[in-house]
Design a protein around this ligand. Sequence first.
Ligand code: F6P
Length: 360
Amino acid sequence: MKQICVLTGGGDAPGLNAVIRAVVKTAINVYQCRVFGALDGYDGFLKEDGIIPLDLAAVRGILPRGGTILGTANRGNPFARKVIRDGKEVIEDVSDDFLQAVQRMGIDALIVIGGDGTLHAALELYQKGVPVIGVPKTIDNDIGGTEVTFGFDTALTIATEALDRLHTTAESHHRVMVLELMGRDAGFIALHAGVAGGADVILIPEIPFKYEAILRKIRQRVQNGSHFSLIAISEGAHPLGGKPVYARRGDEVYVPRLGGIGEQVGRYLEEQGFETRVTVLGHIQRGGTPTAFDRWLATRYGSAAVHLAVAGRFGHMVSLQNGQVVDVPLEKALAVPKRVDLNGDAVRAARGLGISFGDE
Ligand code: F6P
């Protein structure tokens, strides 16, 4: 193993820089490798000056920094890339060019730090011959092959703080506060933050809700003397028999962007006579410094990815299982996306505390 390259793809997540730092330090200190970084995800291999050397100085001071020093892109899939041909925008499969670029540069291992979309592309690249190692990242925590992705803890900490802040103003004004949270089709951020932040209602994609059930809960609280309520709602939550709300439609390059369900729930509650305010927390959940847990996990993932690369375990992804960092084949890890376990202890605990999921 002589030359390792690292890239960050898809939406950013707190902890990316901690992984990059761990990759660079481990590769240089332990294995005396040369390390490179691809700029803006997969695009780095497809554009001029898209690959930069990374030495120890390049990663100094980046451990607590949010974002990624390499840049990222969530439209850079080499199997479906937007390119201009004869003045027209077309979608092309440029994976052969990608493979050739990796070979031309003499990259012995490519460490891909990404979420579901980026890692699926990594798997396909591996099947074409690119020596790939995956590192799971996403605030959504929806990757099947690991117990937790880095970035999630930071997002849930920020979401919990938002609920704490909404709590005091909700109470002062006797209002219902709706907090719309990220997570795509997985409800982990809303569930965990909702429990940690004392939400009265938690609405997640895995449990379709009924408007009347939310109303029932809020009325019940009023009857019991609580004239305010907090609702944590996942952007992917939807009513029973209804569909998720999208802020932007998807196409061959972009996945659809969720957003707007919080506003719909807020409008319904206003119509029922409850003064309601809606907050969409948005990208605040993704920006800024990672929590200690995310730095710790990201560092272990980055270090383990280098050991895997040197051991030649390509097509594998680092993963947390029972508190230990192990590795799993990408194919297996990505086969089934992770969703909230409806029979798990977290949902059970929440129900036991009287939190409504809007389903009964
Ligand atoms: O997957 C991470 C995530 O933050 C989702 O929770 C959210 O739906 C999406 O990315 C937002 O994407 P973008 O940064 O393109 O707006």
